[in-house]
Design a protein around this ligand. Structure first.
Ligand code: NAD
Length: 444
């Protein structure tokens, strides 16, 4: 039996996929409303393919949901901790949920177990989890063997099931041969064609997760800065992207400029890494710059709109249609989404916003509950109604091939601000639209 602690994006996907492989899995969460939904067969998050996988696991009797730690701990020998690690004020990762999960295990554990940190946590957290469990066992006067393993998760929201079941690599941070073997067996069904398991010490495993996200965030911020430079010097960032990406040392993937990275991982992990560096007196200057560049980049579309209208003040009274709210396509996750910054910029300058997203409407309604000048629209076409200009923040597939003539006929000022470089200027020109993207200048 496997217990997954935390039934969010990572916990639910891990639980559902492990149940699909034939394991008996119990998913626990402290959020009773979430567990009630899951028991009723409803999925609290939007993640392609997750609903059917959860249903299959439940119907097969291999997947349960509970809020009861007694039940969740008594039957298992493998515990995956997948609770949130949100940022503290100073940027460091808040370990409260991880350590409270560890305490709950230590208060109840009766047989030899592996405790797996799947949450993204700073170096030394495995040792902290171990200390908390040992202390609780000692307080109970019992002696139960256990081992803590760091097994960071690399799934991407929107492709989480594919990523979990076909991982590029499986990092096992362990200094205990028995626990390493348990982990190898757990992942054996996903590791058949080619050995993707990389075993290392727990500290290196913990750092690997931050290093991966930091490297990806760096690529994005670097491309965003090059896009600004392209605009200034009359170059085309898309040509530059292809030109540099064809070098295998650079590669073409994940090299797109845009209106800033968001989500629950890159921004918080970049800040946590900077904090970790500061604590160990190793200033991470590159990451500081990446973070600062991204914070500014989230205002890029607003700045383009302001320039178009002849100044920020001119946005007062304008109505801007906004397509895409989630931080990226195929998710409803609004954590640190660039759309939030654009909406705040527009509202604080007196503009009206008519927004649409295929998945994140409920989340947006909660976040902007008091924003009277934000209208959430039932469709992309509806968002255009009565709008002066259109801004695109998230590259959902349904925005890829819109009817440009219709956009032009509905927008009073016939201007499109594309934060994801989705369209060809020749097409928008033909429709009579003014088109502003990120760093692609028309070829003279
Ligand atoms: P989430 O907020 O979606 O889910 C976390 C869940 O944990 C919540 O449902 C919360 O109620 C529950 N929880 C909190 N304390 C608990 C406790 N003591 N016992 C039981 N449940 C508890 O978070 P997430 O996006 O799934 O991320 C989880 C971790 O995985 C984070 O550290 C994150 O950085 C990391 N991670 C996330 C992703 C991603 O794409 N979302 C990818 C890789 C790694």
């Amino acid at each position: 039996m496997i217990t997954v602690i935390g039934s969010g994006y990572v916990g639910l996907v891990a639980g559902a996929c492990l149940a699909e492989l034939g394991n008996d899995v119990v998913c626990i969460d402290t959020d009773a409303a979430k567990i009630d939904m899951l028991r009723r067969g409803e999925v609290p998050i939007f993640e392609p393919g997750l609903e059917s996988l959860l249903r299959r696991g439940q119907e097969a009797g291999r997947l349960e949901f509970t809020t009861d730690y007694d039940l969740a701990v008594s039957r298992s020998t493998i515990f995956l901790i997948a609770v949130g690690t949100p940022p503290e004020e100073d940027g460091s990762a808040d370990l409260r949920h991880v350590l409270s999960a560890a305490a709950a295990i230590g208060e109840r554990l009766t047989r030899k177990a592996v405790i797996v940190n799947k949450s993204t946590v700073p170096v030394e957290t495995a040792a902290k989890v171990e200390a908390v469990i040992a202390e609780r066992l000692q307080a109970r006067g019992v002696d139960v063997e256990f081992s803590v393993v760091s097994n960071p998760e690399f799934l991407k929201e929107g492709a989480a099931i594919e990523d979990f079941t076909r991982p590029d690599r499986i990092i096992i941070g362990s200094s205990d041969a028995w626990a390493t073997e348990v982990m190898r067996n757990l992942y054996a069904p996903l590791n058949r064609r080619q050995d993707k398991i990389i075993v290392m010490d727990p500290r290196s495993a913990e750092l690997t997760k931050y290093a991966a996200n930091a490297m990806l965030a760096t690529r994005i911020s670097f491309m965003n800065e090059l896009a600004h430079l392209s605009e200034a010097v009359g170059a085309d960032i898309e040509a530059v992207r292809r030109g540099i990406g064809s070098d295998p040392r650079i590669g073409l993937r994940f090299l797109y400029p845009g209106c800033g990275y968001g989500g629950s991982c890159f921004p918080k992990d970049a800040r946590a890494l900077i904090r970790m560096g500061a604590e160990h007196k190793v200033p991470l200057r590159v990451m500081q710059a990446v973070e600062e560049a991204n914070r500014r980049q989230k205002h890029a579309l607003f700045e383009k709109l302001a320039t178009f209208y002849g100044g920020e003040r001119e946005l007062d009274g304008k109505t801007i249609a906004l397509w895409g709210l989630s931080f990226k396509p195929d998710t409803d996750d609004m954590r640190e989404a660039p759309s939030r910054v654009l909406i705040e910029d527009l509202l604080s300058h007196g503009a009206q916003v008519r927004a649409y997203d295929p998945a994140a409407m409920k989340q947006t309604r909660q976040i902007f509950a008091d924003a009277s000048r934000l209208t959430l629209c039932p469709s992309a076409a509806d968002a255009l109604e009565g709008s002066d200009a259109l801004a695109i923040v998230t590259e959902w597939r349904e925005f890829r091939s819109p009817d440009f003539d219709e956009i032009a006929s509905r927008l009073k000022d016939k201007a499109v601000f594309d934060g994801r470089n989705m369209y060809e200027r020749s097409v928008t020109d033909t429709a009579g639209l003014a088109y502003f993207d990120i760093g692609r200048n028309p070829v003279e």
